[in-house]
Structures are given as C-alpha cells and as structure tokens.
Design a protein around this ligand. Structure first.
Ligand code: FAD
Length: 265
C-alpha cells in the first residue's frame, strides 16, 4: 500500500462534497474489490471516502409491488432480508451465493454494480428484472446503466444510492462457479416478469452483462425449454481465458439457462 487519506463522512452530502473537492478521491464501500486493486497498485486515489455506513444507503423496503435496496446493504444483509426473501427469493439466493462469508459481510450491492465486473452476479439480476439504479443525480434504467466490462453510465463523483427492483412472477439465478474464487465462470438470471415476458441476462461472458434476446423471444412465443438448443447465442458475447474458451462459456450459458428455466417451471 502507499500513503493515502481516508475519511468516513457522516452524511451523503458530506461525501459528495469531499468528492467534489478532490478529483483523485475515490469512494470505498465494502472494499472487497477496491482494496485488492489498491494492493496491486492498479489505482492510486489520493483519498478514500468511505460510504459503507451511511444511513442514507442502508435500507431495504417495499415500494408498491417492488423493493428498494440501499446501495450500502451488504450481500449478507440482502440474502437474509425477509423483504427480499418474500418478494424476490431469487435475488436473496443470488446474494447468498456471492464469494465467501467475509466477502458477503463486507461487499455491497452498490459497490458491485458500480464496479460492473463482467463476472459479478448482481448485474444479471438488475438487467433481467429491469431494475432502476438511483444515484444522487438521477434514476437510470438498467439498460442505460451498464456500459460493458467494468464500465457504467456513472459520472465522476456520482454515487449509487439505491436499486429499485420491480416485482416479477418467478425468477432463478444459477452460476457455474470457478472453484477457486467462487466467481461465476458463467451466470444466468432467468425471469418471467409480472407482464409475462421472459428475460435472460448472462454474466461471465467477459464483455459485460448482456441479454439473450433470441431466447427471450423463443420463450415469449410459448416455445419449450428443450428447443433452446437451436436458438442462436452470439459467440461475440464471450471471450476466452485460462479458465475456459469462448465456445465453452457459450455452451455453459446454454446449459445453465435451460436448468434455470426448468427450476422456474
Ligand atoms: C475472492 C472474491 C470473490 C468474489 N466473488 C464474487 C462472486 O461470486 N460474485 C460477485 O458478484 N462478486 C464477487 N466478488 C466481488 C464482491 O462482491 C465485491 O463486494 C463487489 O464487487 C464490490 O462491492 P464493494 O462494496 O466491496 O465495493 P468496493 O470494493 O468498495 O468498490 C468497488 C468500486 O465501486 C465504487 N463504489 C462503491 N460503492 C459505490 C457507490 N455506492 N456508488 C458509486 N461507486 C461506488 C468504488 O469507488 C470502487 O471503484 C468477489 C470478490 C472477491 C475478492
């Protein structure tokens, strides 16, 4: 590590002020992504502005038929929340399957979607469910928020404050884990929305979360899960690395999509 400042403001307004005063300041929430990045000297902020305990970011509540989750809620809190378990059990299960106990007790939903790691679990749920991301400045649809690998629509100094998930009829998240890191080699969030439309969002492809539109149309036509094998899934959405080739990842995505839809049925 190297010398850097650290502050834990008591309010969101103070956190924003600190970011505005210093272009090189960086937010830290759970630190489960940022701290390894700093240790590897892949980033060099002048100071960390710690928002993990801000009351403004720490609520889970219902809004109409949907739910709102504050950006500072940890994965363990989302997994254990009676509200999330009752309204979106697939999201609670997703949060409960992230990393290990330490990661789940520190890492936050806001940090996860702001970071938008192509293998992170939450972006698949946010995109599949058509959730909206609330920041200190605006409300963004999931489609507008995610902008490819490690990229989002967030402007410098903009803070994710909450995520709004609409109600859905039924959903299931499955991931094929890397046994060492527990990150997904590929993960699929499948959902049938309240409108009866199907949504399939895939992570782990390497280029960032994306929807499998052809499979959604296939299912919306009433075609069966078995016929999914013949539905095209563009190889350009996948890249290869030491853990698996692009072709292998695409194959796994098809297999676990089928499994997720079978569990939903
Ligand atoms: C060994 C290991 C295994 C893991 N396994 C998984 C897994 O299986 N699935 C999975 O999804 N994730 C996994 N993760 C990642 C983990 O979930 C992180 O907690 C998460 O990606 C980042 O959340 P954080 O709160 O720790 O963010 P931080 O590390 O604090 O911040 C990450 C980035 O987001 C920014 N940021 C933080 N909060 C906000 C905000 N509210 N608004 C705007 N910007 C913000 C920070 O400035 C930083 O750039 C794993 C991590 C490790 C180390």
């Amino acid at each position: 590590m190297y010398d850097l400042g650290y502050s834990r403001p008591a309010t969101l307004a103070k956190a924003l002020e600190l970011l505005q005063q210093d272009d090189l300041a960086q937010l830290v929430s759970g630190g489960q992504t940022l701290m390894p990045v700093l240790r590897a000297r892949l980033a060099a902020p002048s100071q960390l502005v710690d928002i993990a305990r801000l009351d403004d970011l720490r609520q889970i509540c219902t809004i109409g038929a949907g739910i709102e989750i504050g950006a500072g809620m940890t994965h363990a809190e989302v997994a254990a929340s009676p509200v999330v378990r009752a309204h979106l059990p697939a999201l609670a299960a997703l949060a409960g399957g992230i990393g290990d106990a330490q990661i789940r007790h520190r890492g936050t939903i806001g940090g996860s979607i702001a970071n938008n790691d192509p293998a992170a679990c939450y972006p698949s749920a946010v995109l599949a469910l058509g959730a909206r991301v609330q920041t200190n400045l605006r409300m963004l649809d999931a489609e507008a928020f995610f902008a490819g690998m490690f990229a989002t629509a967030l402007e410098p100094g903009e803070i994710v404050t909450a995520v709004h998930f609409p109600a859905c009829a039924v959903a299931c998240y499955l991931k094929f884990r890397n046994p060492a890191s527990r990150f997904a080699l590929v993960g699929v969030f499948a959902a049938r929305l309240a409108s009866d439309e199907h949504r399939i969002a895939i992570i782990g492809g390497g280029n960032g979360v994306f929807r499998w539109h052809e499979a959604e149309r296939h299912l919306d036509r009433g075609a069966g899960v078995d016929g999914l094998d013949t539905v095209p899934l563009d190889l350009a959405n996948f890249t290869g690395d030491i853990h698996g080739s692009a072709d292998y990842r695409r194959h796994v995505a098809k297999v676990i999509t089928r499994r997720a839809l079978t569990q939903m049925a």
